[in-house]
Design a protein. Structure first.
Lengths: 373, 147
């Protein structure tokens, strides 16, 4: 444990003043604005929103600026802020089938209805540094040509207001080759309201994973691909785009779309030979993450599938990604960094006790040795 | 008071909520005489998703929202729930919601709702066209064993 200490007030003030100075960097270089971070560091903003578990691009950009670009520190700031907000309501579950897609690809069906839409992707780039981005005022290369291409977005027959893009999984569902996911509007458990208890259900696991650390979830997912709790995943569909958020307005007695958020959704198709309880069919893993967060969404869906071993009657092989307690208790980077970093805070009393103990043990060991000689 | 069907109201409230606060302020600069029934309140909305896109609900994370309610001198009550933390956005949206229940409805549709809807539509079309320009057809190359 660490103990309360007194003193050092002036040193702390000076440290914080210096921190502010270092945050600003060289005053000869123009200061970054929140809008610049929001617009030009959008994927960092998305990560802070996802792991901070609060969709507000301006606040995430502010947190990144304040944290000097330390994204976990920025997530910490967002988590602290969100605890100050009253919870006004919960939305109706978002309809990702009505997403206005920027990107939609499938690794399992090349001819998916609606087509494969690459969107603004890093895929197929050469990963070579682009030095033109370094040259001040370099002209923008031509944006996407405005060739009149028919929009891939469908129509839902409701006056064409809400575009619908059918989920790839629906096609497999029709043939009964894949497990179904039937709607259920039971209010799900919320780990921000009730402490996480194990065993957790899938809803709680998904909530923990979507706000979990991207690096941790990525590594766990990678471990399943390498053989630790193998689940043979293919990306059935990955889509990124805007969905409307609808909430029941108590004053009015009907639901209203009160905003729009960007989401990344990934569905994996996993080979499944059947078990004692389930017939041979494809099974599914699911990832849904705030913002354009493709790596995280894919990783989340792999870990989700891996954690479902019990429900599907698979064997537990001892793989970390199958171990619900291991995954859920360690995926939150704010809990992790809080516990990790607290060991740098004053532990003088503990340490004094340890010191006494080691001195005593050494004295005893020496006495024994001398007696033996 | 003119008759308002919930469907109309549902739609215009969504248009007002999704509008950018600055744009709404430009199109509707002057608040009508009103009294505030509920001061703008900033809070969090828990956004839910569904497992597999269609299955059981789970909690995805929160978003910031602001809500407010106003009453016009003529008695109509307007409500607003809007994304983000802009109090003026919520007040303006609530005032427009109230005015849309009066005989000024047609004016407001022309002056506020139609421009907002047209701009939102245009924005979606631009993004949709950019997405469509990245549509690909993957061809499977013939493999040796198939010949």
């Amino acid at each position: 444990m660490y103990v309360a200490v007194k003193g050092g007030e002036r040193a702390i003030d000076n440290a914080h003043a210096w921190l502010a100075e270092e945050r600003r960097g060289d005053p000869a270089v123009p200061e970054l604005g929140i809008a610049q971070i929001r617009e030009q560091m959008a994927l960092a903003v998305n990560r802070v929103m996802a792991e901070g578990s609060l969709y507000d691009p301006d606040l995430a950009a502010l947190a990144i600026k304040q944290a000097r670009g330390d994204l976990i520190e920025a997530v910490f700031l967002i988590r602290a802020y969100r605890t100050t907000l009253p919870r006004l309501a919960a939305s109706n579950p978002v309809d990702t089938g009505a997403m206005a897609v920027d990107r939609r690809i499938s690794a399992t069906f090349k001819d998916l209805p609606g087509g494969q839409v690459l969107g603004p992707t890093f895929d197929y780039t050469h990963r070579l540094l682009d030095f033109t981005l370094m040259a001040d005022g370099a002209p923008l290369t031509d944006a996407v040509p405005h060739t009149p291409v028919p929009s891939p977005r469908g129509r839902d027959g409701r006056g064409g207001e809400t575009p619908r893009v059918p989920h790839v999984m629906g096609f497999l569902n029709r043939d009964g080759l894949i497990e179904t996911a039937l709607p259920d509007d039971t209010p799900p458990p919320d780990l921000t309201r009730e402490p996480l208890e194990l065993p957790a259900d899938r809803a709680l696991r998904l909530q923990a994973l979507t706000r979990g650390d991207e690096g941790f979830v990525l590594s766990l997912a990678y471990s399943t691909q390498r053989g630790y709790g193998r689940t043979h995943a293919f990306v059935g569909e990955l889509r990124i785009g805007i969905v409307a958020v609808e909430v029941d307005i108590p004053e009015l007695g009907f639901a209203v779309e009160i905003g729009e958020i960007e989401l990344t959704e990934c569905e994996t198709v996993n080979q499944f030979r059947g078990s004692r309880t389930e017939p041979p069919q494809f099974t599914r893993g699911y990832g849904l993450v705030m913002g354009q967060s493709e790596r995280k969404a894919i990783a989340m869906s792999l870990v989700d599938r891996s954690l479902r071993w019990q429900e599907l009657g698979e064997d537990f092989t001892g793989a970390p990604a199958q171990d619900e307690e291991f995954v859920l208790m360690h995926c939150d980077n704010i809990q992790a960094t809080g516990f990790l970093e607290h060991i740098k805070l004053p532990h003088y009393v503990d340490f004094q006790a340890e010191l006494e103990l080691v001195r005593k043990l050494r004295a005893e060991a020496q006495a024994m040795q001398e007696a033996a000689e | 008071m003119t008759d308002t069907s919930p469907l109309d109201r549902k739609k215009w409230m969504a248009t007002l909520a999704k509008a950018s606060p600055a744009r709404l302020a430009t199109l509707f600069p002057k608040m009508p005489p009103h009294r505030i029934l509920r001061q703008p309140e900033i809070g969090a909305l828990m956004v839910r998703g569904r497992m597999g896109g269609t299955g059981a609900a789970f909690n995805l994370g929160e978003m910031t929202v602001t809500r407010a309610s106003v009453q016009l001198e003529t008695g109509e009550v307007g409500h607003a729930w809007v994304q983000g933390r802009d109090r003026q956005h919520a007040l303006r949206a609530a005032a427009v919601d109230a005015l849309l229940q009066t005989d000024r409805k047609a004016d407001l549709i022309a002056a506020v709702l139609q421009p907002l809807e047209a701009e939102a539509q245009a924005g979606r079309a631009v993004r949709g066209a950019k997405a469509a320009a990245t549509k690909v057809d993957f061809f499977t190359l013939m493999r040796g064993e198939d010949t």
